[in-house]
Ligand binder design. Structure first.
Ligand SMILES: Nc1ncnc2c1ncn2[C@@H]1O[C@H](COP(=O)(O)OP(=O)(O)O)[C@@H](O)[C@H]1O
Ligand SMILES: [Mg+2]
Length: 251
């Protein structure tokens, strides 16, 4: 299993959108992919398995002592999805408490069919304990940031300094700059600054693209719904880099 964890210091920046779209783009490149939702909003399944109605997800599985494979559903383009699922407050709290490091590692490895399978995790924003444990297990961490002043202000401090620490100390952490809009000066300047000053820190840029939001509103990932759109091409480029970084034998 190659574990890719997608997180962000702020909510609403495009994590779920990216997880769903990267999962599909990686499938289209021939990789086995399982996407896991760690966010109790349970939104990932709307994009990857829109017709699924079962209430059993990873939270309820954890609370009942079931393996997470019991929550797996078949999604778009052969992506497998382990939704967060419906969960009572008590079940959500048990999920947080029960998943100590080893149990979490075991639950995740139980999802993969082969050592090369990519397990991609969607998370909640912030610095919770579950987040810390997930990141400790991650092979690759993607941090989603918006090309705005608020996100950029967090760059030096978030996760021990995505940009400030020498690359050799954090070879597995990459930023993704989302919703870049070349018509807006600040957005353009931030994208330019990063491409000049920290290209190796960022795995890619995703432009602001209505096609992405429209596809999401229909419950589809944009790489399938509008394959020629700017966002679909951006996401496919990131998927290509992830595919190479996690090529069989790398982990
Ligand atoms: N590059 C983009 N262009 C246009 N809309 C986007 C883009 N990325 C995300 N969105 C929209 O932003 C909203 C929040 O995205 P979401 O993936 O739910 O964020 P998060 O999971 O970080 O809370 C969604 O409506 C999504 O469709
Ligand atoms: Mg989300």
């Amino acid at each position: 299993m190659v574990l890719v964890v997608v997180s962000s210091p702020k909510g609403g920046v495009g994590k779920t959108t990216l997880v769903a779209n990267l999962a599909v783009a990686l499938r289209r490149r021939g990789r086995q992919v399982t996407a896991v939702d760690f966010d109790s909003q349970n939104a990932l399944r709307f994009l990857l398995a829109p017709n699924h109605e079962d209430d059993l997800g990873v939270a309820r599985c954890t609370a009942r002592g079931l393996p997470w494979s019991a929550a797996l559903v078949g999604g778009i383009d052969g992506v497998r999805v382990a939704p967060y699922g419906e969960a009572s407050t008590a079940e959500r709290l048990r999920m947080k408490d029960m998943l100590v490091q080893e149990a979490l590692s075991e639950a995740l490895s139980g999802l993969a069919r082969s050592p090369d399978e990519i397990v991609i995790a969607d998370t909640t924003p912030g610095e919770g304990r579950m987040q810390e444990r997930l990141e400790a297990l991650a092979d690759i961490k993607l941090i989603v940031l918006l090309a705005d002043a608020g996100s950029m202000a967090l760059v030096p401090t978030y996760r021990d300094g995505l940009m400030l620490r020498p690359l050799s100390e954090r070879p597995d952490t990459f930023g993704v700059l989302n919703q870049v809009d070349p018509r807006r000066r600040l957005s353009r300047d931030i994208a330019d600054f990063i491409s000049v000053n920290a290209p190796e820190r960022f795995i890619g840029v995703v432009h602001y693209d209505e096609a992405l939001a429209e596809a999401a509103a229909r419950g589809e990932p944009v790489v399938g719904a509008a394959p020629g759109s700017v966002a679909a091409l951006d996401i496919d480029m990131i998927a290509g880099r992830l595919d190479r970084l996690t090529a069989p034998g790398s982990y």
